[in-house]
Design a protein around this ligand. Sequence first.
Ligand code: SF4
Length: 299
Amino acid sequence: MKFDRFSSPLGQPYVCEIEEVPLYHYLPGNSVLVLEVPGCPLRCPYCDRPLLARSQDWSPYDPARVAAVVEKLGSEPRFAGVVWSGGEPSLHWDNVVECSRKVHEAGRKVAAATNGGMTVDLLRDSPGTVDALLVRFKGFADETYRTLGSPAGVLENTRVLVENAIDAGIHVELMLDIARSTPAQEQEFSAMLAWITQDLRRGIPLHLRIVAPEHGFTIHQGPVMPFLENLVESGRRQHMGFVYLSNCHGHFFNNTMCPNCYSVVVDRTARPLDLSFVTDGKCSHCGTDLELTLDKEIS
Ligand code: SF4
């Protein structure tokens, strides 16, 4: 479905499966309305949305219009709500808050994908605005962020954001961009795993996003599949519950496996998504908690 009034000519709101965001453990099998906003403080050479990320062309979403579309979509089965994406949603936070309030009034959920622009202060000043967050890390070293034109301190701010969001009861999933098959990339992955396993919890979903050259940029040595599969295996050896190769569509490592008995509990190649091996958020085979947020009221 197209939503016919978007202030930027660079993107159109669209409806997709929540797995495409990607959010794999939040209301799996539901659809969402994705609202994109322009602008991004980073300058990733591999950006797949460069026009949107660098656009100044913006006027806010109309909250009444968002509410009307959400209400209409809500009459369809398994519609969860809205996901803010871009670009960087925190650059247009007042509009995000205003529209999200309407989405909540309609009884639906709000998620946002941030590249690190969102801060603890924004979350604290507008409690309840988001129910779920996808927090994208561009790397796990200050040097990597510096090469992307990032202001100092973004990595640390992003870590603090994640810790506070979890404490506030927000569903959080993490993403890490993988641009190279290099020891430096492996080290950043290991550093991120250490942070997750020591300071967060092992069941938080971690999406590895393989970045590819587009729009005229060239990556001479992109990541290769054995390297990526090794990262996932390495996460498992460190007892991370859920590490995914989220943009390798159809790859086995997109499935949710029970971290205890290794049964495939969610096969992401199946449509509609088959949740028959999940019982009350637990593995049907061994009863292990799969850290899924299932909302039975949304059907
Ligand atoms: S953070 Fe995302 S939107 Fe921003 S420049 Fe990088 S890839 Fe593009």
